[in-house]
Design a protein around this ligand. Structure first.
Ligand SMILES: [Zn+2]
Length: 281
């Protein structure tokens, strides 16, 4: 089912980890957001929500949203894992609230077949469509020449690393568009949710960077990130703690959780540490 991602509606959602900025660095998926549920400021029960930003009315972020939706030619398709929709801290509604509804469409689900999603199938076959998913086969978005004939379309998967991976690899439709990644080196500003590395960006951040590149307009990034900055600073003022990335914690000897027993996870952690040491040289 498709939703115009407009101002909110019944609820596109939370968003943090997935759409990554570069290589599919270690995901600790669930672990990433373990601390999220301890946040004192928001509880699971839904309070009356603002119709535009989908935030509880008392902490509405509309003052930080652009007065008019941004004028963009790129159309975003956010493929949202169903688990993201019910998370407490949601950033996709903020993204949707910055854009005209027809430029930000949100599809929720895990499996997208051609039969059930004919429009999406057409989008995936469109040569102007790109899918943001990092990996060896992905081209840096900065290096992609966008055709001028038809407006570009960008597909972004919203979910944790493993959810995004599952969605990308188990839906053959998503292998059709050109695969791109961001080689940006901006650090995630979404400090209230632990990201695996400093350069893992939330879906909103990925969209902001991607749109800035595709629209060749730097102010887009600033405009889209403003509500996220407001959200984080509000949460921090109300007792949330900064969640440094696992990478940051490891490299500063601050990682205080037991090392994982699972060999694959342990290997990932070692990779994270090594990445740091390599970088240091
Ligand atoms: Zn609002």
């Amino acid at each position: 089912m498709e939703r115009g991602g407009g101002s909110s509606a019944a609820g596109p959602s939370p968003s943090p980890s997935p759409s990554p900025s570069r290589s599919p660095s270690p995901s600790e998926d669930r672990e990433c957001c373990a601390g999220l549920w301890e946040l004192p400021v928001e509880r699971c029960e839904r309070r009356p929500e603002c119709g535009r930003c989908s935030r509880p009315q008392k902490v509405c972020l509309c003052p930080f949203l652009p007065i008019h939706p941004l004028k963009v030619s790129t159309c975003l398709y956010i493929i949202q894992h169903p688990a993201e929709e019910s998370r407490v801290l949601r950033t996709v509604p903020l993204l949707a609230a910055c854009l005209p509804p027809e430029k930000c469409k949100i599809l929720i689900g895990r499996r997208f077949s051609e039969d059930r999603y004919p429009e999406l199938a057409t989008v995936c076959r469109n040569p102007s469509t790109l899918i943001l998913y990092p990996g060896a086969e992905a081209t840096n978005l900065e290096e992609v020449t966008l055709g001028s004939s038809s407006p570009p379309i960008m597909i972004i998967i919203d979910g944790t690393w493993s959810q995004a991976k599952d969605i990308f690899y188990k839906n053959s439709l998503f292998r059709l568009p050109k695969q791109v990644q961001l080689k940006t080196n901006i650090s995630s500003q979404y400090v209230i949710r632990t990201q695996p590395t400093n350069t893992c960006l939330s879906t909103l951040e990925c969209a902001a960077v991607a749109l800035t590149i595709m629209e060749k307009n730097k102010s887009i990034q600033e405009t889209i990130l403003r509500p996220l900055q407001a959200l984080c600073s509000f949460q921090l003022q109300h007792g949330a703690q900064i969640h440094h990335s696992k990478e940051h914690l490891l490299k500063n000897g601050l990682y205080d959780k037991p090392m994982p027993k699972n060999k694959r996870k342990l290997r990932r952690m070692e990779l994270l540490q090594n990445q740091f040491f390599f970088r240091k040289k």
